[in-house]
Design a protein around this ligand. Structure first.
Ligand code: 5CA
Length: 449
């Protein structure tokens, strides 16, 4: 992609309305634009990042056995009357009337709709277990939308819903999502700690929030410091191994970890002082087991092995990809801008042409672009007619992991320069060797172990 033909509205100044660093940098780097309070347009660079986050989430959901579908954003109020949540949900629900004066709503979550889909088609215990998910926009009319896409009114959610015959089977479904979430957040470059959590309007008696520690987090959280060094379950984890998965979950829930709503001050005081981490946290995922809370009133039952109807046990599992983008920035930035980990970077290499119009430089840049793209690397070529300083500043703000810098002096000497955005480390190499080194580095970092 040539920057001269792209749409990248980078801002020089930090917008005053943005209070936290991720919001400031998302506006400065031209990722999002506010359209109304808590409602954002995703500009081209931002959309590429959001799509990368979704791709990682999707891969790990699919790996765990969940199946993707897509439900609409607009739902009928009648569906919510069946579960009894239409009135209970309160002012956070955006209620809409269509031209026939039918009551509709913009979905804040999809438990009711997925239960209705399930009961239409699933008739037998042989249809179970089942986990269906989608990645779709939600709307919650938050009283205080703030911090950009971190707490917005319209936001993207990956929500999965599991259906099982028994409570034990539902526990296994819960554990699958628990482990898939550990892998997902690790691949996104985040250290997420599962914490016992309150279930709020979703309901149920078993629930964990996946929290990343960050100064700008909205809630206060408490956890044992050993969690920070726990190893992520490997890519070849066997999701059908009931005991194996349970022991992974047991280990990840063996030490103290709680959000402020679930905090037990006495248990906390009992821990050795040097093992206690009390910090601010950002909730990037939330999983729930709620048994028959929806299947009972909505009559979602299947025929059991003995021919009798069994009301199914359900759970729901959410991740907020739009919030995750902001959370990654909170966890990965420096004074000059964003530092994207390769798996979510909007482009993997920024190829900076220091003198567009200089025939020799242009040729080396074009060759490098072709070579990298042929290897499947995503390249943004800075071919703008700008001072080198301005180009470097832009590339630093938008945070592409590697900069490949080509100027007339280097070209004469047969050299180009690689700068790693992460630590600023520089290497000077002949163009061919630089391309080979970058292809190596990017491929290695795409899917971390
Ligand atoms: N139906 C359940 C699970 S599928 C549910 O709605 N859970 S939730 O309310 O906890 O939301 C799931 C995830 O969506 C949260 O963990 C968070 O990452 C994201 N999320 C929730 N509210 C917002 C918001 N206002 N702005 C951005 N992301 C949000």
């Amino acid at each position: 992609m040539r920057l001269s033909r792209y749409f990248l509205p980078v801002l020089k100044e930090t917008p005053k309305e943005a209070e936290i660093i991720s919001h400031q940098l998302m506006l400065r780097a031209g990722l999002i634009r506010q359209e109304s309070a808590g409602i954002y347009a995703w500009l081209p660079l931002g959309l590429r990042i959001l799509n990368k986050v979704n791709a990682v989430i999707r891969e790990e959901q699919n790996r765990s056995g969940a199946v993707e579908l897509l439900m609409p954003t607009i739902q009928s109020a009648d569906l919510w009357r069946e579960s009894g949540r239409y009135d209970a949900y309160g002012k956070e629900m955006l209620r809409i009337q269509d031209r026939h004066e039918r009551e509709m709503l913009f979905g804040p979550t999809n438990e009711e709709m997925i239960t209705a889909i399930f009961r239409t088609y699933a008739k037998s215990y042989r249809d179970l277990p089942l986990n269906l998910y989608h990645i779709q926009w939600k709307f919650r009319d938050e009283v205080r939308p703030r911090f950009g896409v971190m707490r917005s009114r319209e936001f993207l959610m990956k929500d999965a819903y599991s259906f099982d015959l028994t409570k034990e089977a539902a526990r296994h479904a819960y554990n699958k999502m628990f482990v898939a979430y550990l892998r997902t957040f690790a691949r996104l470059g985040l250290k997420a700690i599962p914490m016992r959590a309150d279930t709020g309007p979703i309901g149920g008696d078993l629930s964990h929030e996946f929290i990343i520690l960050a100064e700008t987090g909205e809630s206060e959280v408490f956890c044992h410091k050993d969690y920070l060094a726990f190893a992520t379950p490997p890519a070849d984890v066997d999701f059908d191994d009931v005991n194996g998965l349970q022991s992974t979950v047991d280990r990840w829930t063996s030490l103290y970890a709680a959000t402020s709503e679930m905090h037990d001050a006495t248990a906390w005081e009992g821990l050795a002082a040097d093992t206690r981490v009390s910090a601010r946290g950002i909730e990037v995922g939330h999983i729930f087991y709620f048994g028959t809370k929806y299947s009972e009133p909505m009559k979602a039952a299947v025929q059991g092995p003995d021919g009798k109807p069994v009301t199914v046990h359900m759970g729901s599992y959410g991740i907020g990809p739009s919030r995750v983008v902001a959370a990654i920035i909170e966890a990965s930035h420096d004074k000059d801008g964003i530092v994207w980990p390769v798996p979510v970077a909007p482009f993997e290499v920024a190829l900076v042409n220091l003198k567009p119009g200089d025939a020799d430089t242009d040729k080396v840049v074009a060759d490098l672009e072709r070579r990298l793209e042929a290897a499947g690397i995503e390249v943004l070529v800075d071919d703008r007619d700008e001072r080198p300083g301005a180009k470097f500043a832009t590339m630093d703000v938008i945070g592409i992991p590697y900069q490949l810098i080509v100027g007339p002096k280097g070209v004469k000497a047969g050299e180009v320069e690689i700068k790693a955005r992460r630590d600023g480390a520089r290497r000077t190499l002949p163009p061919d060797a630089a391309a080979a080194a970058l292809i190596d580095d990017v491929m290695r970092e795409r899917v971390p172990a």
